[in-house]
Write a protein that binds this ligand. Sequence first.
Ligand code: ADP
Length: 461
Amino acid sequence: MPIRWRLTLWFSLIVCAILILSGVVLHGLLQRYLSNEVDNDLRVYSARVHGTLNPKEMPEHLDYDVIHANLPPIDEFTSPGIYIQFIDRSGNVVVKSSNLGEQELPTSPSLISKGFEGSVGIETVAAGDGAGVRIMVSPMYLMEETLLLEVAQSLKHIDAIMSQVRWALLAGILLAFTMASISGAILVRRALSPVERITRTARSIEASSDLSRRVGYRGPMDEIGELVTTFDHMIEHLDRVFQSQRHFVTDASHDLRGPLTVIRGNLDLLKRDLGEEDRQEALRAIGAETDRMAGIVNALLILAEVESGKVELQETVSLRRIVLSELRRARQLARSRKIAAGRQEDLSIKGDVHRLKQLLGNLVDNAIRYTPEWGTITLSLFRDNGWARLEVVDTGVGIAPEHLPNIFDRFYRTDRARARARGGTGLGLAIVKGIAEQHGGKVTVASELGKGSTFTAWLKL
Ligand code: ADP
């Protein structure tokens, strides 16, 4: 059964149960109140009869006509349907109120024997046709005789009221149940409609593999709102990851196809009858392109490893030592560029020494690659607010502001041809970013076109 129906059913059943319970309580209270009213009327009237029939004012011999004549009047407006009768010891009705006519009150042997034993009793006695009569008996000592006074009232009007109340309650409960079911169904449907939209969107994404679809929720940010928004964010994230994955595969294939084409072309050339010089040139080109491919594949492997997040961060690594060895390496590669040591502090962090060397090496390689021969490259290491800042500053070509947000993306190059010509793979900065993040840090860049760039790796101390 769908959750929508289950919730509606539960909601309606609970409303129904509450109504039935209140109905039962109301019914019981009303019944009790009305019964008490009847009993009070009977008691009051019985007391009046006892008060009126004073034995001293009776004739010497018991005269039933006198008793009848002395009965207090029955007010049909204040206590309607009150009947009186007297019974003698043999069970005969000797006196009865005129409103009884030819009829007599129904008898209850237990009530009569109780009365003749001297106590007052009150009981509901069936009077045929399902109607009940409430009868109160009390002994009455007149002269030498004991008579039983029976004061009674029909319960027909109470039964009629209670029956109407029962029907009204039943109708009310049924109406409330129907309304609760309908309104519950509408409410639950409205509350769950975003969930249905999620399901529809998820199905359509699954069917079409189109991750650009969204649920597009516009409502209150309650639990359901948050679920829908989280779902949309998740799809957005997956979309970005898949897109970047697609671009990555395209870019990687593209970058590998270039060298392969050159190798293929040169192999075709070598099949022909070439002069020694051309043959050497073809072999040299094949060698260079093979190196480039090896470089790309190597960088891809490092990137995959870095992005898989596997790293041992237990080892204490002296960053100063890494900077010193990088200064030495850079001086060998820099030709006439000046490699300067900036501010140097003795800082160590927990990390992976090979990865950190790779990080600095990539930044220095880029600085050399994009700085003219007369430029300067400065390496600094210092503490800044709980971070170790590793800075590579160059006075090279710089990066245009529109490229700055993307240069850490895989295969992103501001100038593809120039970068390739200088031996770049477009993966260096992606690796730098991955390593910095592995060490709980980040990389930032500040650059001005034509003036130079500053790359800073922030590593948590
Ligand atoms: P590449 O292997 O092409 O250098 P990177 O990921 O290392 O790839 O760098 C991405 C791009 O960022 C480069 O193509 C280059 O345009 C730019 N870049 C990186 N470092 C520098 C720098 N120090 N000066 C100027 N441009 C740079």
